[in-house]
Design a protein around this ligand. Sequence first.
Ligand SMILES: Nc1ccn([C@@H]2O[C@H](COP(=O)(O)OP(=O)(O)O)[C@@H](O)[C@H]2O)c(=O)n1
Ligand SMILES: [Ca+2]
Length: 440
Amino acid sequence: MECSLVSQYFLSPADRWMVSHKFLVSPDGGSCSESLSSVELWAETATLSYKMDYEPSFLRTLFSLILVSSLLDCVLSEVDAFPDTKTWFENLLPSTMCIQNASIESVYGIMFDAGSTGTRIHIYSFTQKYPDQLPELRKEIFESVKPGLSAYADIPEQGAETIRGLLEVAKDAVPSSHWKKTPVVLKATAGLRLLPEKKAQALLSEVKNVLEESPFLVPDNSVSIMNGTYEGILAWITVNFLTGQLYSQSKQTVGILDLGGASTQITFLPQSEETLEQSPLDFITSFKMFHTTYKLYTHSYLGLGLKAARLATLGAVETGAVDKQIFRSSCLPKNLEAVWEFGGVSYRYGGIENDYGKGGILEVRDFERKAIEVCDHMEGFTSSSPFLCMDLSYITALLKEGFGFKINTPLQLTKKVNNVETSWSLGATFLMLQSLRISN
Ligand SMILES: Nc1ccn([C@@H]2O[C@H](COP(=O)(O)OP(=O)(O)O)[C@@H](O)[C@H]2O)c(=O)n1
Ligand SMILES: [Ca+2]
């Protein structure tokens, strides 16, 4: 016959602790070749586990007696009801067995978020309540620096120095006795995704060196560029964990919109099968967390983060920053001229002064292109400018067929010059003054 595991549980007198005995017993009363006898105490904040090898039947009686006595000892010393009373069981077991004295196992984790606009360090501390369960989050220490790593694309050593500085925060936050077993990881997002491969790898390699010089535990692949799918899923996990959704029975999870500097993510748990069926295959990801499998919709749009969108709007994505070039937009304050830094590049930018008056240069083909675009999408222009397609078609025909301009003929469109209307009116006024001999 096999030896079997017997567990016994009972609540402590204070009703706060649960005690469990575990024995391996053999049905014929003989001893088990692998004898297990353990006692566990659970409390709100700690787990104590004692394991010894004794004869099971003897242990059962002895442990019950000792445990109840020592629990009573803990209770008495905690409430301090009988300060002068000595009991036979006082200090029978080490004082650490009292929950209030027990050293709670702390676990730390260091995560670097190397974003496109800045690098952040998150130092989490957890309490390990039960050895086989996830640790409980106690606290986060957060610090950040700007700009992000991608700003150091040409000087990777200096980029890595920013990490060294943040590691000092971690050394203060984590007790030195825990340094060696505290893992440190850096995950870079869209800023590094957009860099040329070589420059990104140089940065990652310098950062890895700095981590390895630190007293913390550096796992394999500790420094990497995270893909957008993970970025979305991990943010979803964070928020749903913090809002308690991952533990709730209702499974009312929240969706996430993360607007980064260089990319943006959308992540949610689809409610209907239809969404799952109609989504592109690579937008659906399954993963298991806390014993539940989730099928999430997630997608990261590279280049559509807020700062990357600014560059696109200014027309600076392809050209990059050129000395003296000012990127202008009518979506910026009219009289503004300034410099904006992103990804280690300085962009001069400004508003458009009197855009309306200054006009611009268009070629004949620009009218044609716009006419085709507008006429192909008539539904979008119905109420505000009903004649747009017709007018643009006419103007194109007038320029091309009527006046016979080539498609690349540049035309200067000007409503005002030096803030004065370009109408015949000024010319007429000169002639008027001349004819009245008011002016020559
Ligand atoms: N822990 C964080 C991380 C980013 N952010 C903000 O998110 C925006 C850009 O995110 P990011 O630098 O991580 O850029 P991506 O690499 O995610 O595209 C900035 O406005 C940051 O300040 C934040 O507020 N808190
Ligand atoms: Ca981010």
